[in-house]
Structures are given as structure tokens and as C-alpha cells.
Ligand binder design. Structure first.
Ligand code: S3P
Length: 450
């Protein structure tokens, strides 16, 4: 599939977004370990999350899907059965890493495989600490890459400082810790999304978190079965929020979206660039806060994104780079080398596509310098098989002269089924009545010291 995009007329629209990807993966896994039936609403039925659902089915868990976004998970009190064949993680790094942690705690042997893209992604970050906990893991690919053959069981809790900030690795170790003797403590070099710990707590598993985001889980606990509603994915909303922010007087309201503070840092960046941003938390009942975000666009000014803040908006950097290209001045992204090992090398992909559309960009080992404001022109750009690159450049197309074609855009289904429908609305916005007043606002995040 390719996407064809023309310049957006005035944006003034209200939307919702599908369920949060990170929370969907974790909710299925933890519900599967629980002591009964859990109904999960707002589940994201994307390709990545369905790989996690099918993996849990392969491990003996009955999961019904009466609606695309509703799952009924029949937890079996931590009992999983050996899979009859390899578990396919597709292109989902979150599935492979979280499952590596879960399977490290099981006494049977299993094998995690995926597509060509995931076979290039680093797995040593999860293998090394799981081996320290006592798991037997063989990485069959070159340089500790997948397929992963795992024979677990008899784990011991460890105290581990993550060498790189990664919520997937933290999540994997917490799931392994649930099956380990004693306690497992994870220290992280900078904060990352905290959904594993929040959801474990929601399902009444005891964890302890300190102010720096370090987290401890105690082994041998059974999650208590409960129903859960997954909020909309703020990282999916980010594409539209940036589109509204870069258009002077553009206006967007997103409802029912997750507002966990470990995921909203990019809103602080939009504020720093001058956009008007408001958020109002409306629901905290289920531990994962959700509510409304409203953005009004202005001519944006460039900013510097660096240091410890970067891990908190790592998934939003492709679209923030597009915002940078349209902003006035030099936008600098540093300390973002993790972008090189995402679904593609996102630093190279962003630089390549921005240049193709007429922007001036300098690529650095750990980031980018983008010289704005660029007069973007429509062009044929590649997705590089990466959903966030495809979506970021579809948004860039809304602000380019002429037609933009995003090639190989099927990968968008990994995280955002229905993206094209919203894109269509942004190309022909029907003006909608915004009825509910929005309260509360954010302060701009200060620029980080290097
Ligand atoms: C995710 C964590 C992040 C993020 C990814 C989803 C998660 O990766 O980029 O899209 O659900 O834990 P890292 O673990 O590499 O930070």
C-alpha cells in the first residue's frame, strides 16, 4: 500500500485514537497469568499486539476476541503450557523482549522467532540479565540476535542496572522477576514508560517504585483477575497533535487518550516550541490516567532535545523531527542513538526522507540537526518498513507543496490500524463542534543540560 497526501487545509478537528500499544501487550500477558477471567476493553488490535495475543494462546491461554478491541483472557494462575511450535513475534520488538522475560521463568523450552526486521534488532540487552537470573538462552542469530531458544525456570532475583534506558527490557525483567526467588530490582539510567509496574500493581502484584523510576518486584505472586480498559495511545495521537501544532491556528482535541506522565514528555517539547497545549486528566480509576489533550498551532520555534529527557519521547522523535523541519531555527536532537536500533535506523531514515522533501539536515551518530523552516515539497518517500517513519512522513506531506507518496505503508498496521481514515479527515476536515471546555495546562519543559 502507498499513501498519497496533499497539503492540509485548516485543521480543526476532534478525534480519538486506538488503544495504547505498550499497555495492550502488557495487559494481555499479565491477565493471562492471573487467577481468572479478565475482560480487556480498548485493546489495540494491531499486528504487533496480535502477535502477543497469539503467543499467549500458543502457551495454553484461552483468549476470546468478541470485538476487535475487546479481549476476554482466561488466566490460568501462572500456569503456561509448552508451545507446540515456534512462537512468531513478527516485527514486534516488544513481543519478543517481554516474552523472553516471561519464558525465562518457565521450565519448558520455547523458541522465539520473527521477521527479517526483528532478526536485526539487538537482543543481548535482554539475554544478558536473564542469564544472570539463571535462564538458559541461546541466540541463534549473529551477534546475539533472534531466533531465541529459551529454557528457563529456577530463576533467582537480581539487582540490575540497565546499561541503556529500555522499558521493554525493564518489562522483561519484571516478568521474569515474578517467577524468580526473592526480589528483582531494576535501576534505569533515565526514566522510561512505567506500564509494566503500573499494570502489575493494578492486578494486585506488589512492586515498589522509587522517585528515580527504579522498581522492585517480589517473586511468586499471582495477579488477581480484574477487568481493565486500555486508554488511547498518546504515541499515535502524537502524529495528529504535531500536525495541529505546526499549522498556525490549527486546532485539535484528542479524547480518551492515555496521559501517563512517562509518555507525555513530548507535549512539553511542543510547548517549548511555542504551541499551545492543554491536557486534562479525566480518569485515574484504573491506575493508567486518561483524558483530553488540546493543541493549537503557532509558527513553531526550534528547540534542542538531549540528555535524559530523550528516552521519554523516543517514539515521538520521528514526528518531532518533522516539527523541527517546519519550525523556525535549528532543531537539534542528541543522545538518541537508540533510534538507530528501532524498526529501522530512524536517524538515517528521517535524514533521508527530510532531504528528499527539501529540508537541510545534518546526521550525527546520536541524532540530527535540522535547519528550519524548510519549504517542503511533495516527493516519493520510503517507509523503510517502519510504521512511525511512514506516519511521520504522511504528516510531513500535509505541509508540503504538491503530492507526497509514502511507499510501503502497510507497516502502519503494526501500531495504528485506521491511520489512513484519520489522514483522510485531515486532508478534508469536516469542522466539528468542540463542546467540552478543557482545563489545566502544562509548563514548557526546560532544555536539558548535555
Ligand atoms: C516500548 C518501549 C520502547 C518503545 C517501543 C515500545 C514498550 O522501546 O520504543 O515502541 O512497550 O516497552 P525501548 O524498550 O527500547 O525503550
Amino acid at each position: 500500500m502507498e499513501l498519497r497526501i496533499k497539503r492540509a487545509p485548516r485543521i480543526d478537528i476532534e478525534i480519538t485514537v486506538p488503544g495504547d500499544k505498550s499497555i495492550s501487550h502488557r495487559a494481555v500477558i499479565i491477565a493471562a497469568l492471573s487467577n481468572g477471567t479478565c475482560t480487556l476493553r480498548g485493546f489495540l488490535p494491531s499486528e504487533d499486539c496480535m502477535h502477543t495475543v497469539n503467543a499467549m494462546r500458543a502457551l495454553g491461554i484461552k483468549i476470546e476476541q468478541p470485538e476487535p478491541d475487546t479481549l476476554i483472557v482466561h488466566g490460568k494462575k501462572r500456569v503456561l503450557t509448552p508451545p507446540k511450535k515456534d512462537i512468531d513475534c513478527g516485527n514486534s520488538g516488544t513481543t519478543m523482549r517481554l516474552l523472553a522475560g516471561l519464558l525465562a521463568g518457565q521450565t519448558f523450552e520455547s523458541r522465539l522467532v520473527g521477521d527479517a526486521g526483528i532478526s536485526r534488532r539487538p537482543m543481548d540487552r535482554v539475554i544478558a540479565p536473564l542469564r544472570r537470573m539463571g535462564a538458559n538462552i541461546v541466540a541463534e542469530g549473529p551477534e546475539q540476535t533472534s531466533p531465541l531458544r529459551i529454557h528457563g525456570g529456577s530463576l533467582r532475583g537480581i539487582h540490575y542496572r540497565l546499561p541503556i534506558a529500555s522499558a521493554q527490557v525493564k518489562g522483561a525483567l519484571l516478568l521474569a522477576g515474578l517467577f524468580a526467588r526473592g526480589k528483582t530490582t531494576i535501576e534505569q539510567p533515565s526514566p522510561t514508560r512505567n506500564h509494566t509496574e503500573v499494570l502489575l500493581n493494578y492486578f494486585l502484584v506488589r512492586t515498589v517504585q522509587d522517585d528515580d523510576g527504579n522498581v522492585t518486584v517480589f517473586g511468586d505472586q499471582v495477579p488477581e483477575s480484574r477487568d481493565f480498559t486500555i486508554p488511547g495511545d498518546i504515541s499515535s495521537a502524537a502524529f495528529w497533535l504535531v500536525a495541529a501544532a505546526v499549522q498556525p491556528r490549527g486546532h485539535l482535541l484528542v479524547r480518551g487518550v492515555g496521559l501517563n506522565h512517562t509518555r507525555t514528555a513530548f507535549l512539553g517539547i511542543l510547548l517549548r516550541m511555542g504551541a499551545q497545549v492543554r491536557e486534562a486528566i479525566e480518569d485515574v480509576d484504573q491506575h493508567e490516567p486518561s483524558g483530553v489533550v488540546e493543541v493549537t498551532g503557532v509558527p513553531l520555534k526550534a528547540t534542542v532535545m538531549q540528555g535524559k529527557e530523550v528516552s521519554q519521547f523516543i517514539d515521538e522523535l520521528p514526528i518531532l523531527a518533522v516539527a523541527g523541519a517546519l519550525a523556525n531555527g535549528q532543531t537539534i536532537i542528541r543522545h538518541a542513538q537508540e533510534l538507530r536500533v528501532k524498526e529501522t535506523d530512524r536517524i538515517a531514515a528521517i535524514a533521508h526522507n527530510l532531504r528528499t522533501m527539501g529540508a537541510q539536515v545534518t546526521e550525527m551518530t546520536d541524532g540530527l540537526q535540522i535547519y528550519g523552516p524548510a519549504l517542503l515539497h511533495g516527493a516519493r518517500v520510503a517507509s523503510f518498513g517502519d510504521h512511525r517513519i511512514a506516519m511521520a512522513f504522511a504528516i510531513a506531506g500535509l505541509f508540503a507543496e504538491g503530492e507526497t507518496i509514502v511507499q510501503d505503508a502497510d507497516c502502519i498496521r503494526e501500531s495504528y490500524p485506521g491511520f489512513e481514515t484519520v489522514l483522510e479527515e485531515f486532508s478534508n476536515p469536516r469542522r466539528m463542534q468542540i463542546s467540552t471546555p478543557v482545563i489545566g495546562s502544562l509548563a514548557p519543559a526546560p532544555v536539558e543540560e548535555a
